[in-house]
Ligand binder design. Structure first.
Ligand SMILES: [Cu+2]
Length: 375
């Protein structure tokens, strides 16, 4: 990759969800000075998935993302291409990057960090447009939904309460499609969904909403040919075995606004919080304390350089759409989420809350994955 920084200020580009060595991750240790080019090399070796990239530089991540620095990275593989899913990019396979923004009088972005809990915009944007529409045939459409907002959760539904399928989570296809009426997605998370428009008539209008706010509109066109399918089986997912875990780590996410901590302290670039041996499997128990007054409903917790699996939420088996590969998990207030994770790449990696203002205020730690056979 050749990442040329023409911004006039320091940045970095983190490949969110990509499993690569720490030096290629694009975190705060891989800053790109103004005018410089960063040339990481890596081999993509993970299942088909919808990933994204965004800056991850100390102090300006949140504002750089807000001003537009984010993009998508789509992985395909033999399996994903052989299933018969809608996969014609821009035709029946469409990314929906969800963000929220406020605006100045002249239409430029207005970045305001609400002291309470991050930057919330007055308008929801889909791929940079406010309440856009898409003309669709009477066919199945696949949408790659990315929550690219700084702090806002989305709770997506079709206004007529029709069901749709979720087929993938952060790290790739689920084992089987999950039929649902709603999709909760927190900052950093991705989900692929399939909406079947074949039951609608030409001229119908279908609204996608979040908490009863219009996100976008689908305008139904004429009948079209549809050779795509939603197969009963999508992928084989290797279940990480709890008995192979070498230990359990506790992660405590605390506070709100600027008063956030991770395990009682704030991020320090010069402190490695955890060391892990390459190939080790660990269980992480992530908890959040209660929100004070108008506090946040929870924290989206992200680990770099790997994909994990959710073992339980407050002791309960995770919902079917949370049983695939994940790199970001929303931990609700007063909830304990247990995940199992394996570290397959060497180097220094971040783990943090993906509310960007929390990350920036120090709700982040770093772990070093060490290869015992080197030196
Ligand atoms: Cu947070």
């Amino acid at each position: 990759m050749h990442v040329a920084n023409e911004l006039g200020e320091t940045t970095s580009v983190h490949w969110h969800g990509l499993e690569v060595e720490g030096t290629a991750d694009g975190g705060p240790h891989q800053v790109i000075a103004a005018g410089e080019t960063w040339n990481p090399t890596f081999t993509v070796n993970q299942p088909a998935a919808t990933l994204w990239f965004h800056p991850h530089v100390i102090g300006t991540t949140a504002i750089q993302v807000y001003y537009g620095l984010a993009g998508l990275l789509l992985i395909e593989d033999e399996n994903s291409k052989s299933l018969g899913l809608p996969d014609d990019y821009g035709i029946n396979d469409i990314p929906l990057v969800l963000q929220d923004r406020s605006f100045n009088q002249d239409g430029s972005f207005l970045y305001v960090t609400n002291m309470m809990d991050g930057a919330f915009g007055d308008y929801i944007l889909v791929n940079g447009a406010i309440a856009p529409y898409l003309e669709v045939g009477q066919v199945k459409m696949r949408f790659r939904v990315v929550n690219g907002a700084n702090a806002r959760n989305f709770y997506l539904e079709l206004a007529d309460r029709s069901t749709f399928y979720q087929i993938a989570s952060d790290g790739g296809l689920l084992e089987a499609p999950v039929l649902t009426e709603s999709l909760f997605i927190s900052p950093g998370e991705r989900a692929e969904i399939i909406i079947d428009f074949s039951k609608y008539k030409e001229g119908d209008v279908v609204e996608l909403i979040s908490d009863n706010v219009l996100v976008m509109t689908f305008r139904i066109g004429g009948a079209s040919e549809d050779n795509t399918v939603v197969p009963e089986r999508l992928a084989e997912i290797e279940k990480l075995d709890e008995r192979l875990a070498i230990g359990t780590k506790t992660i405590e996410l605390d506070g709100m606004g600027h008063m956030v901590t991770l395990n009682g302290r704030k991020f320090d670039m010069h402190r490695i919080d955890d060391k892990v041996t390459l190939g080790d499997i660990e269980i992480w128990e992530i908890t959040t304390t209660g929100a004070m007054m108008m506090g946040s409903p929870g924290h989206p917790f992200h680990i770099h350089g790997t994909q994990f699996q959710i073992l339980s939420r407050d002791g309960q088996e995770p919902a079917a759409n949370e049983q695939g590969w994940k790199d970001t998990v929303f931990v609700r207030a007063n909830e304990t989420v247990r995940i199992i994770v394996r570290f397959n790449y060497e180097g220094v990696f971040m783990y943090h809350c993906h509310i960007l203002e929390h990350e920036e205020a120090g709700m982040m730690g770093q772990l070093e994955v060490v290869n015992p056979f080197v030196k």
